[in-house]
Design a protein around this ligand. Sequence first.
Ligand code: M6R
Length: 360
Amino acid sequence: QKGGFKHFMLKEIFEQPRVIADCLAGRVQRGSERVALPELEAMDAPERLFIVACGTSYHAGLWGMYLMEQWAGIPTRVEIASELRYREPVLGPGDTVLAISQSGETADTLAGMHLAKARGARVIGLCNVVGSSVAREADVVVHTQAGPEISVASTKAMCSQLTLLTLMAMVFGQKKGVLPADVAAHCVPALEGLPALLDGILPALRERAKELCRVYSEARSFLFLGRGLCYPLALEGALKLKEISYIHAEGYAAGEMKHGPIALIDPKFPTFALAPHDGLYPKVKSNLQEVQARGGKIIALTQPGADLDVDHPWEIPAAWGPLSTFLMLPALQLFAYEMADYLGKDVDQPRNLAKSVTVE
Ligand code: M6R
């Protein structure tokens, strides 16, 4: 069942190239710039969008917000479902809610959907389990096609959510006629190349994760930093590490560091930075210099062309635009996985956690 892998989590991390390919099948076509999501064919692009989710699915939603705004010009808010359900959000007919859930059974996400429906909003479900409550109750459902996810720590499901959010942002941008020309020209070919690119680097990512976790296995706490699209990834890297290795970790927007967390930095409090060679790179670099000035050790995921002088650079290949995410995410997952395995934790069944959180 584990296909020769030691844990389901590892198997599921290595399934991600296939997951991306499955999510693209029938939705993008070689030689065409256009993306087709028949599920959304009949609807107009949202005027504004509320994304509602929990945990890893919430992080996927935060990432999706950047693309919805940049590519489709849709004002987007991302809400933790357990917060939304007890607020009085300004939400009503004409609004669209996107509920993201791997299991489709998360109680808080369902409650957020119920609230949205009661107020007359339209609900799109982005869900991995066919026939689940989210799939049944949404007005429109888009399936993520990650296949069954067994490990409590969500990995390939997030990859599938990010793939579908990319396609949805493109579809809405197409519908509104605002999709930036470079996105129209480059995104589909880049997506099509992703499975092979990721497949080729996964073994090396795993080896590097193994080396690094041995260096840092005595850390009591980690800071994960990122900006822009890497901010949700920093949150996700921290969540993965804490949930399976039980090492405390905090994900932070790199620019917020000087507003508090910098006080924590010392040689025993390492930072895991997401520093791709994009437009925000100079900003992240300067944040990391602030960490180094206080004796903090740094692991940094970087790309060719970056000139970071940190304790442990971790170079990954470049991918087009936001698609670098699909190469950074498995590095974070593998770091958490190798750390938990090295520390002898129960990787697939971490203490106190359930795969599907069906109660409040
Ligand atoms: O099934 P869902 O996507 O609705 O689940 C949401 C969270 O419970 C889930 O992502 C949780 O945070 C994972 N254990 C993270 O790995």
